[in-house]
Design a protein around this ligand. Sequence first.
Ligand code: ATP
Ligand code: MG
Length: 341
Amino acid sequence: MSSLIEKRSHQDERDSYHNLKLIGKGGEGSVYLVERSSDKKFLACKVLCNQVDGTPIEVRMLRDILPAHDKIIRLVEFIQSPLDTQLYFEYCPGGDLESLISSYHGRGNPFPEAFLWHVYVQLAEALAFIHYGYNAHTEDTDSHWLSVIHRDIKPGNVLLRPNARWSLENGPYLYSTIVLADFGLAISAQTPNRAPHSNYLVGTSTWQPPEIPFASPKGDVWALGAVIHALATGYPPIAVMPLHWAQTEENWERWTKEARAREISSVRGHYSSAMESYMGMALKRCLSERATSYDLFIGLKQGLIDTKLQVFSSSESTASTKLATNNYDSVFLSDMIALVR
Ligand SMILES: Nc1ncnc2c1ncn2[C@@H]1O[C@H](COP(=O)(O)OP(=O)(O)OP(=O)(O)O)[C@@H](O)[C@H]1O
Ligand SMILES: [Mg+2]
């Protein structure tokens, strides 16, 4: 009897959301766009494919360990039942950077340099926050902070949240707020058996540093550099497989785990030498030479001041500020505006 009541109450909770469509599928589960009946608000619901014992790591990270932050995805609700596990997040209608990269590069349309700076500085801030507790108001780190390592930084885990310039008149805006999502593989000193600096290989090796499986905050910094590399060139900093290797998916997996597979392309043909050099600071093979997220963030803010005029005057035209992505669904535009206000 008690289990029936339990089931019923979980069912009631689930009934207050209206499922609209599938918006993403990953290793951990499926993500749906849902509408909350009480206030008609759109949310993204991630249904985990494997039954979890206890609270999922993503919930522990976003609800219990990390304080709320503007550049980190917001977890709105968590429902666990004997049937499944559902995580409700704010909905980011701009989609993810992976779709944006294929959409722009697929049309032979490189991103304006300003957009690379826009993404880079915001993700560096997100990392300085999770690694060192950097606070944008006090402009300082927290000496008592227990570092969180994301371990799965990649374009598919970076989302675009509308900001004030995303409007009904102008449509979706490329320079949205950049949001780091998917903390399903994150580790922290506060999560037992998942201490930082562990040697356990997780995530997508294409985006990971040459020192894998060793994990550290600087591994996240490499992955951030790899995201910027993909925005600039259309692909991650990985060389093509040796010709004598059979072109199979298994071999590609094997290849991307090798340190020698890391290959960084120059972006100087399209972008400034400042961008090339900041990307290089994150993509240093040697850990001791690689920048920390905090140093990178401080450097990027200065770099942005130094290059701002040149960057924005040359590339920020009306056309380049429109969000050109197939991922965006025009039917939802007017409702999305409500999310901004
Ligand atoms: N809040 C959101 N708003 C909009 N789209 C989202 C949101 N959350 C997830 N998505 C979409 O769903 C995809 C998968 O989500 P997520 O990365 O959280 O799942 P995952 O199973 O951990 O994926 P993977 O294993 O591939 O990293 C994202 O790449 C994105 O396209
Ligand atoms: Mg993901």
